[in-house]
Structure formats: structure tokens, C-alpha cells
Design a binder for this molecule. Structure first.
Ligand code: GMT
Length: 376
């Protein structure tokens, strides 16, 4: 099969969707495809120079009559411009709003057929498609894409229900690069956070209400009554100060470390014994996969796509949303039984490598691209 020229648009500075889009671009470039990122800033996970990767910055026109600079229009124009100049085969956009809509506009500006692939990541459907002012536009963008992928079966179901979409949607799970996510040798780093007799529990998120970080603290408090532990909170967001107050009120301040935003997630995760992800909604839960690939089990909620990722009783445990009693019970069981823990850890490594590894998922995306280009 011939190498392709692919334009990728994503949110370059935050969130799992940007991480997945950037990692996919890097992997496709390694396989010899030419990748053109069309974004408002350099994707934060891009790192150093990569052969076959180009970056095109979207500059927004701030003309004086505009009350709000029209980013969407600038993005659509840039997409069409790059597609023409670089003779792109297709645009792969991550997140429906505004990226899929801009790709649709870019298509109209071409004097030839430009194929578009849209990947839905979650909140673009579960939150934004509920907004009546966006619903019809999102539906249009999805219907006009040459292929649509979603990161879990649950998200496919929600998209169909909310938007009345009957066209096919490809299930393409998120992935991690096994060369980056593996159990790291953390040396003495662990000692900086916990003593030898303590376990380390971790939560990583953007601290939005949907992540239910308060449940993380409640689960941890209950676990800590039975198993001496430390809680490491990684990330920042709107709920952070509320969580800090809660921790102080519960007298847990000496048991919790706030690590803020961290770049080297694989290294940070490797310090942990357990990941907590009690979200209200989660189309996939990339952080649980990152943990799984590092051999760290997750206890999470039965929400969205989490059950498709975390195999209950095998690579972690799942409880109903808000049931911190049950989550703590599972945590105690897992962390106080070394034999069980070793078995679960092994299952995590195996599942991440076999079901969610970079080679597998990159090949799935390639197959989708060749299909829309009629090159099967
Ligand atoms: O979780 C977030 O709030 C960020 C959001 C994003 O847009 O990056 O994450 C969504 O996409 C990730 C990558 O596909 C998924 O792993 C997350 O589960 C999904 N978040 C939600 O569904 C809330």
C-alpha cells in the first residue's frame, strides 16, 4: 500500500483526545506516512523533531469588527489551504466540535474530492450533542464525514441514540505506545511519597466535576482505615480547591500529595499501586489504560466505556457510580493480598499489550483510511 498524506486536527494543548491524536500521528509518520498537524499550537505530546511530521499553525484573524475572533473559519480555511498545497489524501479530525464541522467546510472549498475521517472522543457527544444549539451541526458533520470512529462501544451507542445516526461508526479503541508505557524502574522515587509499609493510590484527571474526585478521596479514606496508604493526586482543574478543603476537613492532609500537572505520565504512574477512576461519565478513560500498560490496576465506576477497558475481577474492579464503599472494599481486597495483586498486575500487562497496543490500533486506522480512499 502506498504511503498517505494525512492532515490531523485536534486540541493540541489538553485532554486525552489531543494525546491520542498526536501519538497516532507520530506512529503513522514512523510507518512512512506524511503527517500534517493543523492546529492552533504545537501539540504538547509531539516532543522533538520527527521525520515525516509537519506543523501548520492556524492564525486567527482579529479584524476590528469581530467581537469574537472566528477561529473556526480560520481553521477551515487553513485545512483547505494545507490540503491543496500539500496534496493531502485526507483529513483526520479528533473531536466533533468544531473540528469535524471545519473539515466539512474545508471539503466544500476544494476543487477535488478530499476525504474526511472524524474520531469522536466523548464529551463532543455526551455533553455537546445534548446542546440544542449544536446538535444539528454535529449531526451534519458526522453524516458528511467519509468515516466516523468512536473510542468505545458505549460512545457509539450514545451517538446513535442522541443524534439519530444510522450510518456505520467504526469502533477504534484508544491505545498506548508500549515503548513508553511499561512498568518503569522508579528507583527510590517511591520513598519520597510513602514509607515501605504504605501503598500508593493515584488519581489523574483534569479535576472537572464529571471525574468525581470527591469519590476518590472518600474511597481513599475508607481504604486507609484498613491499609496504610498515601494518595497522589495528579492534574489540575476547577474542583481542585474544593478537594483541597475536603482533604483538610477530613484531616487527611498528611496522607495526600498534590503533584499538579505532569508530563511524564508513565513515570508517575509507575510509582502507584492502584489507580482510581470513579467518573460519572467516561467514554474510554485513557488514564486507566496508561495505568494498565504500566501494570497498575484500576478501580473505577461502571460508567461509559470504562467496563470495555477495565475487565472486572481481572485487571481491576468496577462499582456503581458513587459507591465508594464498594470501591474501598475492592481496594482493600486487592492491596492486602499479594498473590491476587500479582495476578491482576500480570493480567493488566497482558491486556494492554494484546488489546490496546499501538501496532494494532494504528493498523486499524490505516485500514479505515485506505477504505475511504478506495485503496483496500
Ligand atoms: O476526560 C476529559 O475530560 C477529556 C476528554 C478529551 O476530550 O480529551 O476526554 C475524552 O476523550 C478521551 C480520549 O479518547 C477519553 O479517554 C475520555 O474518556 C473522554 N472523556 C470523557 O468522556 C469525559
Amino acid at each position: 500500500m502506498r504511503p498517505m498524506k494525512i492532515g490531523i486536527t485536534c486540541y493540541p494543548t489538553l485532554g486525552g483526545s489531543g494525546v491520542v491524536a498526536t501519538e497516532l500521528g507520530k506512529l503513522l509518520a514512523e510507518k512512512g506516512h506524511e503527517i500534517h498537524f493543523i492546529t492552533h499550537s504545537i501539540p504538547f505530546r509531539l516532543g522533538q523533531f520527527h521525520k515525516n511530521i509537519y506543523y501548520h499553525e492556524v492564525e486567527v484573524n482579529d479584524y476590528y469588527v469581530f467581537r469574537y475572533p472566528p477561529y473556526d473559519i480560520s481553521l477551515a480555511s487553513k485545512m483547505a489551504q494545507v490540503a491543496k498545497m500539500q496534496q493531502l489524501d485526507l483529513l483526520h479530525v479528533h473531536y466533533a466540535v468544531p473540528h469535524a464541522i471545519c473539515a466539512f467546510l474545508a471539503k466544500q472549498m476544494m476543487d477535488r474530492d478530499l476525504k474526511t475521517v472524524t474520531t469522536l472522543h466523548g464529551t463532543d457527544i455526551t455533553v455537546l450533542a445534548q446542546d440544542e444549539s449544536l446538535k444539528d451541526l454535529i449531526r451534519l458533520a458526522i453524516r458528511e464525514s467519509d468515516a466516523v470512529t468512536a473510542v468505545s462501544q458505549d460512545l457509539i451507542k450514545e451517538t446513535r441514540e442522541l443524534l439519530d445516526i444510522t450510518e456505520p461508526i467504526d469502533l477504534t479503541y484508544n491505545f498506548v505506545d508500549k515503548r513508553v508505557y511499561y512498568p518503569r524502574d522508579i528507583g527510590t522515587l517511591r520513598k519520597d511519597y510513602a514509607s515501605d509499609n504504605e501503598k500508593i493510590v493515584m488519581h489523574i484527571s483534569n479535576f472537572r466535576p464529571v471525574k468525581r474526585v470527591s469519590d476518590v478521596v472518600d474511597t481513599f479514606a475508607k481504604l486507609n482505615e484498613k491499609v496504610p496508604s498515601k494518595l497522589l493526586l495528579v492534574g489540575e482543574g476547577p474542583e481542585l480547591s474544593k478537594i483541597q478543603c475536603k482533604i483538610n476537613n477530613m484531616g487527611l492532609e498528611n496522607k495526600v500529595h498534590f503533584l499538579g500537572k505532569q508530563d511524564d505520565v508513565a513515570q508517575v504512574i509507575s510509582i502507584a499501586d492502584l489507580m482510581l477512576l470513579p467518573s460519572e461519565k467516561e467514554s474510554f478513560g485513557l488514564v486507566a489504560l496508561e495505568a494498565m500498560a504500566c501494570g497498575v490496576p484500576t478501580i473505577g465506576s461502571i460508567a461509559g466505556g470504562i467496563p470495555e477497558l477495565v475487565s472486572h475481577g481481572e485487571t481491576g474492579y468496577l462499582a456503581p457510580i458513587g459507591d465508594t464503599e464498594k470501591m474501598a472494599e475492592y481496594a482493600v481486597q486487592l492491596l492486602s493480598d499479594p498473590k491476587l495483586y500479582a495476578k491482576v498486575k500480570e493480567a493488566c500487562l497482558h491486556r494492554a499489550r494484546t488489546r490496546f497496543c499501538n501496532d494494532l490500533i494504528t493498523a486499524e486506522y490505516e485500514r479505515i483510511y485506505y477504505r475511504v480512499l478506495g485503496l483496500e
